[in-house]
Design a protein around this ligand. Sequence first.
Ligand code: FAD
Ligand code: DLZ
Ligand code: SF4
Length: 509
Amino acid sequence: MVSRLVLVLGDQLSADLSALRAADKGRDTVVMAEVADEADYVAHHPKKIAFLLTAMRKFAAWLRAEGWDVRYTRLDDSENAGSVVGELLRRAHETGASRVVATEPGEWRLITALTDAPIPVEILQDDRFLASHADFERWAEGRKVLRMEYFYREMRRRTGLLMEDDKPAGGQWNFDHDNRKPAPGTIDHDGPLQFAPDAVTREVLDLVEARFGNRFGDLRPFGMATERSQARQVLAHFVTHALPRFGDYQDAMLRDSRYLYHAGVSAYLNAGLLSPMEICEAVAVAWAEGAAPINAAEGFIRQIIGWREYVRGIYFLRGPGYVQSNALEHDRDLPAMYWGGETRMACMAHAVAQTREDAYAHHIQRLMVTGNFALLAGVSPRQVHEWYLAVYADAYEWVEAPNTLGMSQFADGGIVASKPYVSSGAYINRMSDYCKGCHYSVTAKTGAKACPFNLLYWDFLIRHRPRFSGNARMGNMYRTWDRMDADRRETVLRDAADLLARLDDGAVI
Ligand code: FAD
Ligand code: DLZ
Ligand code: SF4
């Protein structure tokens, strides 16, 4: 029988990958390649590139130790073809292999490239997820609205996580009402475990610095896990030290505590160093042993078997056109402050500085600070999407696009979110300590010192009144506006228009 190439991509670093399971160790050749096309299709954060290339090199070494023939291409190899398909063709020529077996990539862009490649590529399901495309399609079939909560309950029943017979543990499916506490004064947790760079990591850091050092994003200090055993330590550290309080302060934001009690495992999970079930089982065990309360365990498990699986389902259900979505017809350019440009808004400055330094921000920073501002200001969702895809270490289109375009920007017209996630400054003030040090006043509703979120909030609602006034969950907002004094309403809209004009002129906001 003829030999095949087995493609392993940078976010497929799992021992039980379907392509590896389908291959013959004695006959087939694994292909792994660091290629410019994958680093450049958006301007990925240098830390993200360094993490993936280091993890790829270590995974390749592990595969070799397991007896695989691995052809590994480094970014600076002179023969490097520059693209995944180019590398497959080069290795096919070199080995005489006439077919490729691959696990489905997490982006349509690469699926199309493999499907169109001038060599037959067999694409297998990525069964590292709990719901297959067919499972999700079956669930979605005939439903008018695809709400995550109902999908999640099915996943609980299917996995048996936090189930007592056929009933949810604690008597409720969802404990979110216990999970919205404002920021506490202090946090007794330093965030995810960090690792001093070893020789492999240091070599990659030098390479990434030379090639991508001038991009947005700090490469150093670098403390990410880059192999499975380290990622397992990050998980164990989270379960012991942060999980018990994860639920309580899930939505809070603090200047001096970037992670609060969040896990910081998404980059490892999405690259394949951890599996969703092993994470959830560790959390369920902690709850069963009384080491974590139900609101923490349920809240955390819902993110993984609920949201994570659900957004992937939406991405593949809606097809390659999903990333073009722009239901609200927003077309403003992404302001320079997203790339580190100066801003007087303390919340935006904090979220962007943390993103630049860590390639990480937690969910509420992404949704209610950077996402909220872009939505209120009417920024082109395509540009917002490309920013999120580039700057976070955990970002691949299958997970990033439905979160950004659907949940955050309402660009899909309400498939993921039943109403737009917009708020005035009051929400940010309640959930964070950002406003204390801000140039703007969160209580000022008009005038030069008015918090930009306060002005743009009303401007957004009024601009989109025909679309949203009939939404039962938004009626209160419109009633509040209608009760406002007419002069005040005029001033709010005039100040908002002035703010947007200054934003377009490149003024510091
Ligand atoms: P924790 O808060 O500790 O949560 C635990 C885990 O749950 C995460 O590791 C993650 O795997 C999963 N999870 C939580 N929320 C979501 C969600 N909404 N969708 C999918 N998984 C979730 N997450 C990504 O993994 N990649 C992305 O590119 C990404 N882009 C986002 C863009 C926007 C605009 C928003 C609002 C959210 C995005 N998220 C994304 C979801 C979420 O912000 C991150 O998963 C989370 O911040 C990762 O940090 P953590 O591991 O500390 O998470
Ligand atoms: C994100 C990324 C980067 C920066 N570099 C590589 C690479 O050099 N080689 C590789 O195989 N994968 C890389 N990746 C991850 C891919 O972009 C990812 O597999 C696809 O986007 C599909 O999710
Ligand atoms: Fe952000 Fe407004 Fe608070 Fe300033 S006052 S930190 S702009 S919410």
